[in-house]
Ligand binder design. Structure first.
Ligand SMILES: CC(C)(COP(=O)(O)OP(=O)(O)OC[C@H]1O[C@@H](n2cnc3c(N)ncnc32)[C@H](O)[C@@H]1OP(=O)(O)O)[C@@H](O)C(=O)NCCC(=O)NCCS
Length: 119
């Protein structure tokens, strides 16, 4: 069974199959390191029983203290969650792993009271 766990620096040596996938956007190693350091609770990998990395997601929290909207809906703050990268190994697609990683990120964002999303 595939398991989800926190994204660690070691995983940067194991995720080439996904970052070099033609459909996955390519970022620098420093981009990944910044995300893992700054938002560890929003950085998750999916691991197959043979320890192969088969998916990952990195999220970002954008925190702003000004209010937006018409002033009546004070819960509409401009802080929000952002999906920075999501990729599933091409041999493991359409198995609901992407949905699982999104659900976990969403739950994590909800716990931090983020209210809106951007991809
Ligand atoms: C997009 C991606 C993350 C989806 O991961 P996944 O694990 O295959 O997705 P799921 O199995 O959870 O699919 C959820 C739903 O998304 C839709 N979906 C997923 N892949 C699809 C495809 N190739 N074509 C059409 N719909 C698709 C379907 O509605 C699917 O539900 P279903 O299987 O019940 O029909 C994966 O294809 C991927 O890594 N793509 C390359 C990178 C990328 O595009 N990342 C997102 C932008 S950052």
């Amino acid at each position: 069974m595939t398991a989800l766990r926190e994204f660690t620096f070691d995983d940067l040596f194991k995720f080439n199959r996904m970052v070099f996938d033609p459909l996955t956007e390519v970022y620098s190693i420093s981009f990944f390191m910044d995300k893992i350091l700054e938002f560890p609770m929003l950085a998750t990998v999916a691991v197959a029983p043979n320890e192969q990395l088969v998916g990952f997601i990195l999220g970002t929290r954008v925190i702003k203290d000004e209010l937006v909207g018409d002033g009546k809906n004070l819960d509409l703050i401009s802080s929000h969650g952002h999906v920075s990268v999501l990729s599933i190994d091409h041999e493991f697609r359409r198995l609901a792993l992407g949905s699982l990683l999104m659900e976990r990120l969403h739950a994590s964002m909800d716990r931090q009271r983020d209210c809106c999303w951007a991809m």
